[in-house]
Design a protein around this ligand. Structure first.
Ligand SMILES: *Cc1c(COP(=O)(O)O)cnc(C)c1O
Length: 472
């Protein structure tokens, strides 16, 4: 046996190779309140309930109570409208999946049911369409503001539509879709309308209280039938919790699942999981109870100030441009004078910051995405200084060129028939023999991926994922 101390020491050593989850230097994936007691409370609450099983709320009434409390909190925040019910899920994707499933199964079976999405909707809806056998009607957004086009969305609704989606805000650009107009169109056609507030739902209501002009997007908007909001984002809870709210219990019924058709217990599930750890739920309940509305208002104020400072600092840096008019805590910016943004990301990494590259898509040019949290408050200047230095370094380094032979190799690949041999050949050609791990600088790889059309990029990255998840 290995002693618990040794195993934990090993775990600590493994974790030391990860991006930091605290300190505000990782501007994607993690959400840091900057308050150490929030982290220790979440961890302690997680430990207290991690062995309890949300599979049976009558056996573990503590979990039932905590889930109802969290749904009530979310509902109070998102319109405080009577009749709203919901479920705590494992994350934003599961919330979006269940919203789609509920809509599909409430509808009389259409020959080929569809969902209407702005092209900026989170890929979680692509996954939902894929898993649940729905057609996706992707509606282009305004090419300048990146907001959904309500007239085009309305025109895309037809008899096969089971759900219309809008984002509050979108992940990629942080812009708010015109929810009232889209909801009105859905209502008129008698179709469900989901507002994906996974990333904005716990922060925009506080921004409004702080005086920001936040257009309506919650259950007070007629026609909105469900809303997703992630607790593991701006509620600053440990990973593993989101809330899916429905405007009524009637609307929720079809996302539940029951099976009495086997010899075991009658399986009754409110989410996609069946056995569910009580850990994330208890952690979220504890953090939300601890912070309360006052705590969240303070954190929202810090995140808002940090976002405003970083945004105006970016706007002042020559050659940089913020995309759209972000309303919350997300910023996407691009460069206008030819320097390589992937190199900027690498240069930021070398200076201890993680910023997230986003590939060009429709009118959205290649850009860098920032998820700003309360922990960024106070270090905006340092961030902007390092960003300016990184842009200078990228200018000095010049463009990243893709080896023409490699580009030719990639151009000839067919995503439908790509073999592991071809993939291995590509890795070798790109100087990435398998098993050598990721290089320090990602710009050459990103530049190569950027040359591949989206289906090929998906396929290449899936091959890469399979290679990563191979035990040595
Ligand atoms: C993060 C996010 C999701 C997906 O949430 P996960 O918790 O990563 O599964 C969905 N929609 C939006 C707008 C998001 O920002």
């Amino acid at each position: 046996m290995n002693s618990p101390e040794d195993v934990l020491a090993q775990l600590r050593q493994l974790r030391a190779g990860d991006l930091p989850t605290h300190g505000g230097r990782t501007l994607a994936y993690v959400y840091d309140s900057g308050l150490s007691e929030v982290d220790s409370l979440g961890a302690a609450a997680h430990a207290l309930a991690s062995s309890a099983n949300g599979l049976d709320p009558t056996a573990f009434p503590s979990l039932l109570r905590m889930e109802n409390d969290l749904v009530a909190e979310a509902s109070a925040l998102l319109g405080d409208v009577t009749g709203v019910v919901g479920s705590v899920t494992s994350g934003g994707t599961e919330s979006c999946l269940l919203a789609v499933l509920a809509a599909r199964d409430a509808h009389p079976p259409a020959a080929s049911p569809s969902i209407v999405l702005p092209t900026t909707a989170h890929a979680a809806f692509h996954k939902a369409a894929h898993l649940f056998g729905l057609r996706r009607i992707d509606v282009p957004v305004d090419p300048v503001t990146f907001r959904a086009d309500p007239a085009a969305m309305a025109a895309a609704i037809d008899d096969s539509t089971v759900l219309v989606v809008a984002s509050a805000p979108s992940y990629a650009h942080g812009v708010l879709d015109p929810v009232p107009e889209i909801a009105a169109a859905a209502l008129e056609r008698g179709v469900r309308m989901h507002v994906d507030a996974c990333i904005g739902g716990w922060v925009l209501p506080y921004f409004a209280r702080l005086g920001a002009d936040v257009p309506p997007f919650d259950f007070r908007v007629p026609g909105v039938t469900s809303i997703s909001v992630d607790l593991h984002k701006y509620a600053y809870c440990p990973k593993g919790t989101s809330v899916l709210l429905h405007a009524s219990a009637e609307l929720r019924r079809t996302h539940y699942f029951a099976s009495a058709g086997w010899p075991g217990y009658t399986m009754l599930n409110t989410t996609i999981q069946s056995t569910r750890s009580g850990g994330p739920l208890a952690a979220a309940w504890a953090v939300v109870r601890h912070l309360g509305p006052d705590g969240y208002l303070t954190l929202a104020s810090a995140a808002r100030e940090a976002t405003a400072r970083i945004r105006s600092g970016i706007a002042e840096l020559p050659g940089l441009r913020v995309l759209g008019d972000p309303v919350s805590t997300l910023i996407a910016f691009t460069g206008d004078d030819g320097f390589d943004l992937f190199t900027v990301a690498d240069e930021m990494k070398a200076r201890g910051w993680y910023v997230q590259p986003q590939f060009a898509f429709e009118s959205s040019p290649v850009n860098l995405h920032l998820t700003v949290t309360a922990a960024n408050h106070g270090s905006e200047k340092e961030f902007l200084t390092d960003l300016a230095a990184s842009v200078d370094a990228a200018r000095a380094a010049g463009p990243v060129t893709v080896d023409p032979a490699v580009a030719e190799f990639v151009a000839a690949l067919d995503p439908a028939t790509l073999t592991s041999e071809q993939f291995a050949g590509l890795l070798a050609a790109a100087g990435l023999a398998s098993g050598t791990g990721l290089p320090d600088r990602m710009a050459p790889i990103n530049a190569l991926l950027a040359t591949a059309p989206a289906p090929l990029r998906e396929r290449l990255l899936l091959e890469f994922l399979g290679a990563l998840y191979t035990p040595s």
